[in-house]
Design a protein around this ligand. Sequence first.
Ligand code: DHB
Ligand code: FE
Length: 283
Amino acid sequence: MTELTVAQPTAANSGASATARFQQKTRVDALTTTERVDTLVSELITAAHDIVVRHHLTYPEYDALKAWLVQVGADGEWPLFLDVFLEHVVEQVANADRQGSKGTIEGPYYVPGAPALPAQTTLPMRENEPGTPLRFTGRVRTVDGEPIASATIDIWHADDAGYYSQFAPGIPEWNLRGSVHVDDEGRFDITTIEPAPYQIPTDGATGKLLAAAGWPAWRPAHFHVKVSAPGYRLITSQLYFDGGEHLGSDIASAVKPELILHPKPAADGKGHHVSYDFVLDAD
Ligand code: DHB
Ligand code: FE
């Protein structure tokens, strides 16, 4: 007889996976000049000094801060923490000049190399994947409204329990992840299930901080997407669901009104149908 042990997702395992993934990325060479490092780090340190003075930071509080910073690293949670509290402003600055679709944060759970899928497709999922079926259709086009037939939509999202494959244990590698190539008219027609809201792991340093500060630990349910095509600027974004919980209190501050989808009952009676068109800026 086989005994089945289902591992529970913990801050330590999702944090460690997110840290390992981040370390595989190659974009950490952006800060090139001494002058820029000097400027950015000086201002960061000065801002910290100002907080110490204005709030009369005590030695016990200083020690608590040090212990917490050490623990964020030990839990592998720096990618999670930074993507929740800082990335949305980085994204705002990076995408301020776009005319096409709104972007928002990437978050810590993107994995390149998802299975290539045709325009009309079902995302990889388990047999009897829990959750409400969702059909997601739309087009990719230029700011002038022309279809972009060479576009790819990389999509990844949490399951019906709020967990991501490759970061929570026991989920097949590419579950609810795919790289969808649109058809000749820039159209896509993706069948998946509705993701659940995502809760920041409560047992790690980030979760402890949220509890200590009395802040909510939730993100509203969302799809993640990266939409790209040769000659166009890649857009990284997320899509949310009208009426969903936590839309007004996203701990990652990543919701924008333009990114909220309006699901309707599906024509075939199975779950919901949503449509959204992506508009790419030229390079
Ligand atoms: C985090 C998780 C997400 O799914 C997301 O979209 C953004 C941030 C996080 O845990 O930091
Ligand atoms: Fe997410």
